[in-house]
Design a binder for this molecule. Structure first.
Ligand code: MOS
Length: 763
């Protein structure tokens, strides 16, 4: 008897529950530090208490006397590792500051010693007994500190390619009917994922296995191999779940190769779980930024001139910058645009990606300025965006593949009740509470990178999908399973997904919101290969290529309609015709426009990401509109946010349930970023003061009563086979500005420096 496989369902787009939900809520999900090792040594870090200077020597006697201590590694006895190149300059590393290399100190909190002991407690006790003698120099901490050096990002940083410019800004600004010049500032912030920066290394002969939470198993594998000077195929990174990352686990930090080296020298597994405060200095962060926006416009609201200059803090060692002018200069129609991004060097650890680089700080500046312009023009801020909305970006004149910005504004405005707003600042109140409504544009580039997958289909429909993607809380397992189920026409329950292991086919970094687009496109392509083999077995005489195109749907954008037109596949009959019980296919997918070497680079863990503004003849972004209600107590200045509403259009939504969760998290983070989060610096010592979750403010449930997420239908056939734009970072881009715009409406006071604290209000 032969059973026809069910008609392919539109699995893609269904709000099915998270694949890993039960494992997570029952505690079965194994995170990196949960790994049980045989006879491990425990590592505890000692970090520098000075930001600049040198180590004169160590006094290790007391530490060595602690029972259970095995070894203490310092620059005096550590293996000299090979240099690591910065991720943003084409390498793997989050920083080129290499600890345990010399007596020199480049940043506060740099690793200066590693204590190894039989227990975690002994390692900690001994680490606290390590005495380091320093000669300290005076560090440069941040903007306005003495001895900062500032230079344009372009030319220093490979990833930063242009200072976008078109027309004649100076002349147009000079002639503009309405002019606005405003300066904005954003603070230092840290990712603070719940899961700490843990690393366990196990050697088996020449083979190294690393258990570490990472957004990029292939990057980590290749980066560590390079630093150790060994063949990358001898290194395996395993990481089934990541307990939060937000960019902090995207590139290799120095700890990993060091722990691997120490484990090799001891001849036993080593486990490190860095503390919360160490996470502030041994990994990356969002550096503080400054901006100047100048806008010239006509009385009709049309922009005639726009200039965005940005300054970002980076370390002495590395020219890191997020560089968001590529987005802000292309956001609205404007014939005369100019921009410049500069990097200001200080004696700090190197900053890095933090959800959503680079749009969060740069769009805060632009969207605040747009609101200021609307006030100046006495125009509704939504109408100002409508007047300047464009389907072509103004710098290169390239068309947006799709852009539903105004549809997002209109939908969110209606849900929010924007029409009830009295435009006059300080005009709305409820007893002691001043009420403010504010809104802003959100956006994020649509990015993709090459990915490979292996798919195995059994006669009974059970399917195994393998791809070295990453579950960073985004729902990666779930959407990859949905893509395979839909393409093969098998129930999603029959699909097992294997990710988070560098022995699986390579996938890109889970960053830049590219994961779903890249991994699902690869998985769909390989599922098509499986279907083609089965179809060929059943219909050997038909022209395969055309049939495949027609039935397997290699065409882009698998809308529900496209899925329905897929011919049902009689799997069992096809297996009989083939005379096998398992069909397995491997394939490598790449988006249009990646360089020729992209597959080779993919295996080496090097990014060849394309998309956003960087495509040849088009530009691809996801858009959103975010609305915020603030209530400010007129006596105490307490700031409350009773409502957040966001409407988003991001192409095909693979799973509205996991997507909603992502976007909701983004909105909450955006609000938090505006009102709560800031890493406080002690400028004398270039030291982070509030380096714990008690002092680093994050919102609790009482801070976010009502969050509404609306997802607009959008079909975009010009981006990737999955039709997916990516949503991981879209949610928290517009919120900073929306909060400040609402505060202006409530109080008449314009806040241009984040975060907004009650002591900053002068009502
Ligand atoms: Mo995201 S900050 O690119 O991991």
């Amino acid at each position: 008897m032969s059973i026809a496989a069910p008609e392919p369902k539109a699995n893609m787009g269904q709000p099915i529950p998270r694949y890993d939900a039960v494992a997570k809520v029952t505690g079965k999900a194994q995170y990196a530090a949960d790994v049980a090792l045989v006879s491990p040594a425990y590592a505890y870090l000692v970090t520098s208490s000075i930001a600049k200077g040198r180590i004169d020597g160590f006094d290790l006697d007391a530490a060595r006397r602690v029972r259970g201590v095995i070894d203490i590694v310092t620059h005096e006895n550590a293996e000299k590792l090979k240099e690591a190149k910065l991720f943003s300059n084409g390498g793997y590393a989050a920083t080129t500051i290499q600890p345990l290399k010399s007596a020199d100190i480049a940043q506060e909190g740099e690793i200066v010693a590693i204590v190894l002991a039989e227990t975690f407690e002994a390692a900690r006790q001994a680490a606290q007994a390590v005495k380091v003698n320093y000669t300290a120099a005076v560090p440069t901490t941040t903007f306005d500190s003495p001895d900062t050096t500032s230079a344009p990002a372009k030319g220093q940083l490979a990833q930063f390619k242009e200072d976008p410019k078109v027309g004649d800004f100076a002349k147009a600004f000079d002639e503009a009917e309405v002019k606005l010049t405003a300066d904005y500032e954003t603070p230092t912030q840290h990712h603070n994922p719940m899961e700490l920066f843990a690393t366990s290394c196990v050697w088996n002969g020449d083979n190294l296995t690393i258990y570490e939470p990472t957004q990029y198993v292939y990057g980590l594998k290749n980066g560590v191999a390079e630093q150790l000077g060994i063949d990358a195929d001898k290194v395996r990174v395993i990481n089934a779940y990541v307990g939060g990352a937000f960019g902090s686990k995207g590139s290799m930090t120095p700890r990993t190769a060091i722990i691997a080296s120490v484990a090799r020298r001891l001849g036993r597994p080593v486990k490190l779980v860095a503390t919360r405060d160490q996470g502030f200095t041994i990994a990356t962060y969002r550096a503080e930024t400054r901006h100047q926006i100048q806008i010239g416009a006509g009385r009709d609201g049309k922009l005639t001139a726009l200039r965005h200059e940005g300054w970002e803090i980076s370390s002495r060692a590395d020219p890191y910058a997020v560089g968001g002018t590529k987005t802000t200069t292309r956001m609205y129609a404007c014939p005369n645009v100019e921009s410049l991004v500069s990097i200001v060097r200080a004696d700090r650890n190197t900053p890095g990606f933090m959800r959503a680089p680079p749009e969060v700080p740069y769009m805060f500046a632009l969207e605040s300025a747009m609101d200021e312009l609307a006030v100046e023009l006495k125009m509704d801020p939504i109408e100002l965006r409508r007047i300047n909305d464009t389907m072509r970006e103004p710098i290169g004149g390239k068309p947006y593949t799709s852009r539903s910005l105004m549809a997002c504004f209109d939908t969110a405005a209606k849900t929010f009740g924007w029409a009830q707003r009295n435009a006059q600042p300080k005009s709305m109140a409820d007893g002691d509470w001043l009420i403010g409504y504010g809104c802003a544009t959100s956006c994020y580039p649509t990015q993709m990178a090459p990915a490979a997958a292996r798919v195995r289909l059994q006669r009974d429909g059970r399917t195994r999908v393998e791809i070295a993607g990453h579950e960073i809380g985004n729902g990666a397992y779930t959407v990859i399973g949905q893509a395979a189920a839909e393409k093969l026409g098998v129930p999603v329950e029959k699909v097992s997904v294997f990710i988070g292991d560098s022995d699986l086919p390579p996938a890109p970094v889970a960053g830049g919101s590219n994961s779903t687009a890249s991994t699902c496109s690869a998985v769909m392509m390989v599922c098509d290969q499986v279907r083609q083999r089965l179809f060929k077995a059943l219909m050997p005489n038909e022209t395969l290529v055309d049939k495949a195109k027609e039935t397997v749907g290699l065409a882009p954008a698998p809308s529900a309609q496209a899925a329905k037109s897929d011919r049902p596949l009689d799997i069992e009959r096809a297996f009989d015709a083939l005379g096998v019980s398992v069909v397995e296919e491997y394939g490598e997918w790449k988006p249009d426009g990646v360089p020729m070497d992209s597959f080779r680079a993919m295996h080496r863990g090097q990014m060849r990401m394309v998309g956003g503004d960087a495509m040849k003849d088009k530009i691809a972004y996801a858009f959103g509109a975010e609305f915020v209600e603030v209530r400010i107590n007129r006596w105490t200045h307490e700031i409350r946010v009773p409502r957040l509403v966001g409407a988003f259009a991001a192409g095909h939504i693979m799973n509205p349930r996991t997507a909603r969760s992502q976007l909701m998290g983004g909105l909450i983070w955006g609000m938090s970023s505006a009102l709560h989060e800031a890493t406080e610096l002690d400028e004398r010592y270039a030291r982070y003061v509030n380096d714990n979750l008690a002092d680093y403010l994050v919102p609790v449930n009482a801070d976010v009563p009502d969050v509404e997420v609306i997802m607009l239908a959008e079909q975009d056939d010009h981006i990737n086979p999955a039709g997916v734009k990516g949503i991981g970072e879209l949610g928290n881009v517009g919120t900073n500005a929306a909060v400040c715009n609402a505060i202006f409406h409530a109080t008449g006071q314009r806040i241009r420096k984040l975060p907004v604290r009650l002591e900053n209000l002068e009502i």
